[in-house]
Design a protein around this ligand. Structure first.
Ligand SMILES: Cc1cc2nc3c(=O)[nH]c(=O)nc-3n(C[C@H](O)[C@H](O)[C@H](O)COP(=O)(O)OP(=O)(O)OC[C@H]3O[C@@H](n4cnc5c(N)ncnc54)[C@H](O)[C@@H]3O)c2cc1C
Length: 436
């Protein structure tokens, strides 16, 4: 059995784990990422829609996303290393938030954007029709399943317009963003071990002392960070901290469907990211003039919490019909392809759909988990917060009693890491959906 020592071990090489490595390594820490997969970004990140938007329910959520977006705009300078696979592209196509009379979440978002100073436009129904003529501006909600007898009812009114944030968009290749971050971290001495599953989180004198891998190797470190995505709760159980946290995480199965854009409409260049709570979906352009359709977690859809090592990875007919037919109500010229196409993957959902960026009751053991289907966009700023948190706490800062506030590297905003505490009460302002 070999023993090796690092300043910090990061469990997971998804986008948040790689960003945490990049941030710690550039601060001079000798880090090791261990991942049971064979490459970076092969966990839930690979199937992320990678949408970058600022439409969250809380001041802290919006501030974090606005700060997080700046990293994508500055990617080459941020990575500061060569990657033989090339760098990701950020497609800044803007986000449309469809407005209806009774959607309080959307109005709250617009108020937060105005307060924080995030630029946005208010579109009338006519503006929506002019800018996106493929959209039907009818009112169909609340969202229904296709077997509901009212699913195909005529619209019972009109949407009231939309908010448009031009700075929003999406990243073309989420797995490549992990590789970029890996190369950036390696340029500062970080190591990445793949096909390396953590089976034990070790302790010595009441603090973490490292991990043991499935091949028997043990690695020593005074700091271990759980960034295991949908497996986060398993790692917390292995580390013996699961019961000490007020907010828990679990794995939620989700499907995203891919369909060709309506014939004759260049959705790749004229399309936008759209959040449509009236239909219960979100969508964005995808390469090949496709549209990628996700679920906004409407109340009528079942929530399938699963064992992350044993769940159905095939697309289900009923969810395919639910999402694609909902999209057809909003985009009537879309149609339904004969062949189902899309992906099935897992969100690491916290009890209130807000992430947990925190230390734990086990000294030296940290968590960046509960990303709830909505933290890809925040990888850079999450890595920044985790690095600052680890360094401050290891230097003696009492984060539990005096929550650390760090400065956003791009916008200069205050980021109160205490907001993302493991021991918070469930946040009543959360949408309790992927919208965060
Ligand atoms: C379908 C889908 C769509 C999404 N769309 C968006 C979006 O549009 N915008 C957005 O901002 N966010 C989105 N998200 C969320 C976002 O993708 C995630 O929050 C983010 O990718 C999580 O990254 P991570 O590094 O925390 O986890 P992961 O990418 O899941 O990485 C965790 C890693 O830990 C490894 N691991 C697990 N257990 C062990 C172990 N015992 N030992 C070693 N390694 C282990 C896994 O192999 C994995 O590589 C979406 C998520 C999904 C699933």
């Amino acid at each position: 059995m070999t023993t090796t020592r690092f300043d910090a071990i990061i469990i997971g090489s998804g986008v948040i784990g790689c960003a945490t490595a990049h941030e710690l390594a550039r601060r001079g820490w000798k880090t090791l990422n261990v991942d049971k997969a064979s490459t970076a970004g092969a966990g839930s990140t690979i199937n992320s829609c990678a949408i970058v938007r600022f439409s969250y329910s809380t001041t802290e959520g919006v501030t974090l996303a606005w700060e997080g977006a700046q990293y994508w705009n500055d990617w080459e300078n941020y990575i500061r290393a060569d990657d033989e696979l090339g760098l990701i592209e950020y497609h800044q196509c803007g986000q449309l938030l469809i407005r209806t009379d009774d959607d309080r979440h959307v109005e709250r978002v617009a108020t937060l954007w105005a307060d924080i100073g995030i630029p946005f436009e208010t579109w009338s129904v006519d503006d929506v029709k002019t800018r996106l003529p493929i959209l039907d501006t009818g009112l169909f909600g609340p969202p229904k399943r296709p077997d509901d007898k009212h699913f195909w009812d005529d619209p019972h009114g009109s949407i009231t317009g939309a908010y448009f944030s031009a700075e929003a968009g999406y990243v073309s290749d989420p797995q490549l963003s992990c590789h970029n971050l890996q190369r950036g971290a390696e340029a500062n001495g970080a190591e990445f071990w793949f096909d390396a599953e953590v089976v034990s989180v070790n302790r010595e004198n009441d603090r973490v002392s490292g991990v043991t891998l499935n091949d028997g190797r043990s690695v020593e470190s005074p700091v271990v960070i759980n960034v295991a995505g949908p497996h986060s709760y398993i790692i917390n159980q292995i580390a013996g901290v699961y019961n000490s946290m007020n907010i828990k995480t679990k794995a939620l199965r989700h499907e995203v469907h891919h369909v060709p854009a309506p014939e004759g409409f260049d959705f790749m260049n004229k399309g936008v990211v759209a959040a449509d709570n009236d239909s219960g979906i979100y969508f964005r352009p995808e390469v090949g003039n496709h549209i990628l359709i996700g679920s906004g977690d409407p109340d009528c859809d079942p929530r399938e919490f699963v064992d992350p090592d044993n769940y159905d990875t095939s697309l289900s007919q009923s969810q395919w019909e639910a999402q694609v037919l909902r999209a057809n109500r909003r985009i009537p010229s879309l149609g339904v392809p004969h062949q189902k196409k899309g992906i099935v993957d897992l969100y690491d959902v916290s009890d209130d759909w807000l992430p947990i960026y925190d230390r734990t009751d086990l000294d030296g053991f940290y968590v960046a988990i509960g990303t709830s289907g909505n933290q890809y966009k925040n990888a850079g700023v999450a890595g920044h917060m985790m690095a600052e948190l680890v360094i401050a706490v290891e230097a003696g800062h009492d984060h539990d009693h005096d929550p650390l506030v760090v400065t956003g590297a791009y916008t200069g905003c205050d980021l109160n890491i205490g907001f993302f505490s493991r021991n918070r009460e469930i946040n009543p302002d959360s949408s309790m959906t992927v919208h965060g």
